[in-house]
Design a protein around this ligand. Structure first.
Ligand code: AMP
Length: 141
């Protein structure tokens, strides 16, 4: 497995070098919206620690990411009146990983509505901004 590369896009978001629709932050993790959502409200939870994926992350950081994913999922149920939540996490190219900083996808689901294919369509910034606002409000409840 390759070493962690700090020039990846999520590391740039964490350093504030690239914008993101952030919905949650604490001392060890950040959550923001996926710019090519597979469903409305699709969020990504990333550790602040420089981990490539599940194979090199410290167990405590992984556990914390899972706790934040749970918070986000509960907020999505409220903010999107969701019927369910899909959680996905990919590791290495063969495992479907495209961005090499660990991230957990947390995706609100509606009964009978399929997911869009991965990275199929860029969402409008104003749509993401409104959804992020809704999720921040639900997370603050
Ligand atoms: P994967 O590595 O397969 O889990 O997929 C990476 C995910 O990151 C995809 O769902 C992309 O839509 C998403 N993505 C890529 N660039 C950005 C970005 N700048 N901000 C938010 N999400 C992104």
């Amino acid at each position: 497995m390759s070493a962690y590369d700090p020039s990846n896009i999520f590391a740039k978001i964490l350093r504030g070098e690239l914008p993101a629709h952030r919905i949650y932050e604490d001392d060890r993790a950040v959550a923001f919206l996926d710019i090519m959502p597979r469903a409305p409200g699709h969020a990504l939870v990333v550790p602040k620690a420089p981990a490539r994926n599940i194979l090199d992350i410290e167990a405590a950081d992984l556990a914390h990411v899972a706790q934040v994913a749970q918070k986000v999922a509960r907020a999505q149920m409220k903010a999107f009146d969701a019927d369910g939540i899909t959680v996905q996490q990919f590791n290495e190219t063969a495992g479907g990983q495209v961005v090499f900083h660990l991230h957990v996808h947390v995706i609100p689901r509606q009964e009978g509505v399929g997911l869009k294919p991965p990275q199929s369509e860029m969402e409008q910034p104003d749509v993401l901004a409104e959804q992020a606002e809704r999720l921040r409000a639900a997370l603050a409840d």
